[in-house]
Design a binder for this molecule. Structure first.
Ligand SMILES: [Zn+2]
Length: 131
């Protein structure tokens, strides 16, 4: 069972009531939403949240999402709301392309390998390590 007190990051795809209503289950978490969604909330709480009860209790500090957060790439996806976002889980982050400093590593081949893997249009890639 997950100890919700240990959750440190909660990311909202958008701020409708059915996506934020349980925010208070995470007392030790930082909360993130897109800048556009935060702007909508500040301009029109009622129209952004769409539920009076949640609107009344949703009084937390929201942090603006950057281009990525942890291993997740943030993809702006306006439509449902103008600040909606989706996430792309990258098995290698933009900063890390996989560890290639081991005795049998082939760092010169890593880039081509990653591009070849993308040709498979993967739905899920489970890397051998978390780096
Ligand atoms: Zn919605």
């Amino acid at each position: 069972m997950i100890d919700l007190n240990k959750i440190t990051t909660v990311i909202f795809t958008h701020l409708h009531y059915d996506h934020i209503g349980n925010f208070d289950l995470f007392p030790n978490s930082a909360f993130y939403a897109s800048e556009e969604e935060i702007d909508s909330l500040e301009a029109d709480r009622k129209g952004t949240i769409l539920n009076k009860d949640i609107e009344d209790k949703f009084r937390i500090k929201l942090r603006k999402l950057a281009e990525s957060i942890g291993p997740l790439e943030v993809i702006k996806s306006p439509g449902h709301t103008k600040g909606s976002v989706c996430f792309w889980y990258t098995f290698f982050s933009k900063k890390k392309k996989g560890r290639t400093d081991l005795p049998t590593s082939a760092p010169d081949e890593m880039g081509a390998t990653l591009m070849r893997l993308l040709d498979y249009n993967p739905q899920i890639i489970a890397s051998g390590h978390d780096y």
